[in-house]
Design a protein. Sequence first.
Length: 473
Amino acid sequence: MIGPMTTARAAARWLARLEDLTRPEPRELARGLAERWASLPAGVRTTQQSIGRRTAGCEATQGVFPRCNMACTPCYLGPEANRVRTDGAHTRGEVERQMAQLRDRRGPWQNVQLIGGEVTLLGPEEHAAALERMVAAQRKPMSMTHGDIDDDYLTRLALRPDGTRRFKRLMFAAHFDSLMRGRRGAERPADEAALHRHRAQFVARFARLRRDHGVSSYLAHNMTVTPANLEQIPDLLRSCARQGWRMFSFQPAAFQGNPRRWKEPYRELSADVVWSRIEAGVGARLPYRSVQVGDPRCNRSSQGAFVGDRWIPLLDDRDPRDLRARDAVFLTLGGLNWEVRPALAAARCVRALARRPAMIPVAAGWAARMVRRAGGPGALARGGFRPVTFVLHRFMDAEDVRPAWALLERGQLSDQPRLRETQERLLGCSYHMAHPDTGRLVPACAQHAVYDGPAHRRLAGLMPARADASADG
Ligand code: SF4
């Protein structure tokens, strides 16, 4: 018999669950963000720093499928990577272990890249199984590919064998640049323009996936930059920025990985030089000082949207009212996860605003400025609002990272300016890989420079690739 006490207890449990569900920032995330903030070097704990406030930082897998079937120049994978067979069972097991560690250390719903060699060397079922494990560990997975895939693979990834929808949304980062070798239809592209058609085809596959199966997508375009293709960035962006990509990420080449794939004497490209080429292609100033991710010597980013042909920033770093809006968002909406059912996102938002109602006029002022920047309501209605973010990520050379990391391992800071800078950047890193055996999180630069080689050699012994399966070493 159900008495009043039982009913009251059930109601209390339900209310507690509701309270938890609609909490703007889950408790474990609040703890993860606070720990991240405390772990940052003092120099990057600035008002614009988003790590520890909005995000715990980016995450990625390592050693889960090292092999790749293209040959990029340069390639951050060592020569051992292609001696390892791609093995679904290994990928599933490792993804599970690494995601558990990340969930434990950083709390829920952080962005993580399913990365290694080429993800589509996994069959679609194995690829889907890895993504499902990442979602189960409350991560937001993004698959990193060279982009040479076809509709059938994508459909089998997005749908179950019985035709029902497996994922509502897929996130992909696709690497396209003229330094890559082996793409079908563009084995040795002469320049970036030779790949524009392939970029468009990649985006179109996802448009079809949405049209035919209701699976939406978030697509990021990744490009390695060297002196050989630097001056082609403006044309690339003029031709492709409106294709449907949500992010363009540019990575100046660093001396990491396989020395046999370093085909040219790269000079160091400064952030300002690359950023100026991106701005030339977008046709707008890209403000990047309002929000920082990690160390400014590693990362720049500018969020905004195309309204018609014009790109406008979400935050103008020269407008103090926008900077106040940023501060208010960090304080009020902090780690709020928007990528949930709209009703749930709205409930979380209402609770956050109820706690800090001063945010409401700040948000209204920002929205009014955005409409003005767009050219008014008419321009928005005519031109639409297509969000696109531009990112610059400068990996560091292995010859700097190895000694800098070795000293950090001994708890020492270097007196040499270059090594000291490397150490500071490693300590403020925004992009980590999990190491479940040791419980450590390792910056991607250290992962590639120090840990990938031994890990891949060990895996090559355990899971050797067939002799005919290797791309060049
Ligand atoms: S991976 Fe390297 S370049 Fe990227 S944020 Fe970390 S330390 Fe900086």
